[in-house]
Design a binder for this molecule. Structure first.
Ligand SMILES: [Zn+2]
Ligand SMILES: [Zn+2]
Length: 243
């Protein structure tokens, strides 16, 4: 059993044209509420009756068990909640499944955008290295949650541009590794805001190509110490960076 829960949700809309109806809104609403990870698929099958299947991964068992009661879901999808819904747990052998943070009180967090194999949480616990489910992050940081998720999505797109395009490869690489790029400046600002909201130390995870990694901070050039949770990475206490 994994801490996050891959699932298939089946709805039974009257037609397979879900683009123009509210039937397609359940999956994005679950994402906005922090109940599922970013990667989901929904496909309407012209069966008799029509089936709309959503494949998604709930961020933890709590989200899987209680999504119907979430206030955003209740507000945006009342017709769907009143209709027939089938939910089954599935397995996704291709997906990474991490452990959820189990600490009573984390002493520090690491802030991570999407990309580099991560399209799941944006906040990880530095004590147990477990992830925070998105609905918990929403509770922790309040109204900056939406902006933080938008930033995380953009960072994932920049990562894809670096990997998948030739024309914009250099631009994307610079956005990912420069401590003062627009992407990293926003990310570091979010680190500051999350620190302010939680009262905890929050580290910003900056991408450094491994052959360029030294104990000199890429932002302020001061000498840094190895991170206690990773023998390859360094931390800069001056810049609140992990790299
Ligand atoms: Zn923890
Ligand atoms: Zn520094």
């Amino acid at each position: 059993m994994t801490d996050d829960v891959p699932a298939q949700i089946t709805l039974f809309p009257p037609s397979s044209d879900i683009e123009t109806s509210y039937w397609g809104s359940l999956a994005p609403t679950l994402w906005h509420a922090g109940l599922i990870w970013r990667d989901y698929e929904q496909v309407a099958f012209n069966l008799n009756p029509v089936e709309l299947r959503i494949w998604c991964t709930f961020t933890d068992r709590e989200a899987f068990n209680a999504w119907r009661q979430h206030e955003l879901v209740a507000k945006r999808c009342p017709e769907i909640l009143a209709s027939k819904i089938e939910v089954i747990e599935t397995t996704t052998p291709w997906a990474r499944h991490d452990e959820r943070c189990t600490c009573e009180e984390s002493s520090a967090f690491g802030l991570n955008g999407h990309g580099f194999g991560n399209r799941k949480s944006v906040l990880y616990c530095c004590d147990c290295l477990g992830y925070f489910p998105n609905h918990r992050i929403l509770e922790l940081i309040g109204n900056i949650y939406g902006q933080l998720q938008s930033w995380a999505l953009i960072s994932g797109h920049v990562y894809d541009i670096w990997m998948l395009t030739a024309d914009l490869e250099n631009w994307a690489l610079n956005e990912l590794r420069s401590p003062t790029s627009e992407l990293n400046s926003s990310g570091r600002e979010f680190t500051r805001l999350v620190r302010e909201r939680t009262g905890k130390q929050v580290w910003y995870c900056l991408f450094v190509q491994s052959d360029a990694r030294t104990n000199l901070c890429p932002a302020c050039n001061r000498q840094c110490t190895p991170a206690k949770w990773s023998h390859k990475r360094f931390v800069c206490h001056n810049c609140n960076l992990v790299y």
